[in-house]
Design a protein around this ligand. Structure first.
Ligand code: SDX
Length: 427
């Protein structure tokens, strides 16, 4: 008995289904065009699974997120970022020895080739950090060309470790260049988050002590952003990787995809929206009204999600952390109150309730980043720094999949029918 039958006119196609460990069931339409001459239309791939993945499970209806089966709430509370990076890539939590070896490998790769400085200095001082990070990540393939073969496991391991180790240094150096300060080199005696904070905020002229509140909050935020299944940027990484492009080129594509305000760029857009609300008198209801108006392109940034039709579990954790971190740092940011009021107004408005629009990961994260001292235009590169092990894991899973094929979707052509060329003098 076939799992499903597709009937088209007089023809029928029997379809088999595949069930995941949990969550959605998939129907394989691999013979649809050859047997029925049909293709499917699914804008934004909202109902389409490109393939199978064991990395991350999301249940959007119940607001569940797990990395390799571990609930995000437990990892955010108990794990650290390098342990999560290991888990996502290798599928299991590391033993103490495995963790120490991995942490040591990452630590030893934090330096950049000295001539990479000229790359950062080629940009205008006010260049957006996402554009710089995408370019610098792609350029790593030229500065470190010795391990680019996507089918060589050892080479992939080396390049993946270089990426995770060098991205904080690249981000910090591009920031230092933008504020006309000297570059701060990595300090291998510090943990991942503390080393990044020191490269970002210390100056050679003074002693710098990392605030553990800030370092711990940054680690938690990196963990929360580490992976999220086949989101826009991870799909971009997979698509570019499906052509056997090297890991640096593939991740650079993901950074570009993440920069969009509908995706990772939303965390910067949320802060700009909250700033606008405050500067216009703090009336949140008029912004909710605009967000509902189909003739107004304005959207409530940080709200809604393709998959979550419940609270984004990451948003819950970040909202709680925002209050704790601002309190611990003695920061009184009016934007936090405005965000909480906006959330309440929206969650009690039929438009948002009917469409099951809830705060997502980007709604509160910028408030913490700002309290930590990061400039608004760095919020999305902080998202990218967190998402890096997820992108790498998705890319490695595809590269190692014997069933993987180059991504090449079909289209429905709706352009002009055949016509003859007209010489310019006769047009
Ligand atoms: C991330 O996919 C991931 O996993 C992404 C991410 C990850 O970790 O990688 O979770 C990170 O990108 C989070 C999302 C950040 N983006 C934003 O906060 C931008 C604002 N949100 C939206 O633009 C929107 O909600 C999306 C892009 C997130 C989701 O868009 P969908 O799934 O394509 O939904 P849609 O645009 O079809 O919206 C459905 C309805 C529409 O109204 P109707 O046509 O039914 O009348 O909801 C409305 C939309 O107009 N809607 C909103 C809205 N989001 C959706 N209306 C006002 N404000 C919003 N924010």
């Amino acid at each position: 008995m076939p799992d499903a039958v597709l009937r088209y006119g007089e023809q029928e196609l029997e379809l088999t289904s595949h069930s995941g460990t949990e969550g959605d069931t998939g129907v394989d339409i691999g013979k649809l065009r050859s047997e029925l001459g049909l293709v499917t239309i699914d804008r934004g791939f909202a109902n389409t699974a490109e393939g199978l993945s064991a990395v991350t499970y999301i249940n959007g209806e119940e607001g569940i997120l797990r990395y390799r089966g571990y609930p995000i709430e437990q990892l955010a509370e108990k794990s650290d970022f390098l342990e999560v990076a290991y888990l996502l890539q290798y599928g299991e939590l590391p033993t103490k020895t495995e963790y120490e070896e991995y942490e040591d490998a990452i630590t030893r790769h934090t330096l950049l080739r000295e001539d990479m400085k000229y790359l950062f200095e080629a940009f205008p001082h006010n260049a957006h950090p996402m554009q710089i990070l995408a370019s610098a990540t792609s350029a790593l393939a030229t500065y470190y060309p010795d391990a680019l073969d996507p089918l060589d496991e050892e080479a992939v391991d080396l390049s993946a470790r270089r990426l995770i180790a060098k991205t904080p240094t690249m981000m910090a150096w591009s920031y230092k260049y933008s504020v006309h300060q000297p570059y701060v080199y990595p300090d291998n005696s510090l943990d991942y988050s503390s080393n990044f904070l020191k490269m970002m905020f210390s100056v050679p002229a003074e002693e710098y002590v990392v605030d553990p509140v800030v370092a711990n909050a940054l680690t938690m935020l990196l963990i929360l952003h580490a992976d999220h299944g086949q989101n826009c940027s991870s799909s971009a990484v997979r698509l570019v990787g499906s052509g056997h492009a090297n890991i640096f080129s593939s991740i650079s594509a993901g950074i570009h995809a993440l920069s969009g305000p509908l995706h990772g760029g939303a965390n910067q857009a949320v802060l700009e929206m909250l700033d606008m609300i405050v500067s216009e008198g703090g009336d949140t209801s008029q912004f909710v009204k605009r967000a509902k108006d189909k003739n107004d392109p304005f959207r409530l940034m940080g709200f809604g999600h393709r998959v979550y039709k419940n609270f984004d579990p990451r948003a819950r954790i970040i909202k709680k952390a925002a209050e704790e971190v601002l309190d611990a740092l003695g920061v009184d940011d009016p934007l936090l109150e405005v965000a909480m009021e906006l959330e309440q107004v929206a969650l009690n408005d039929d438009y948002f309730v009917e469409r099951r629009l809830y705060p997502n990961v980007d709604f509160y994260s910028g408030i913490i980043y700002r309290a930590m001292g990061f400039p608004t235009d760095m919020f999305t590169v902080l998202f990218a720094m967190g998402r890096l092990p997820g992108w790498i894991s998705q890319w490695r899973e595809l590269s190692a999949d014997p069933q993987a094929k180059i991504f090449r979707p079909r289209q429905l052509y709706v352009g002009p029918e055949t016509r003859d060329y007209v010489p310019i003098d006769e047009r």
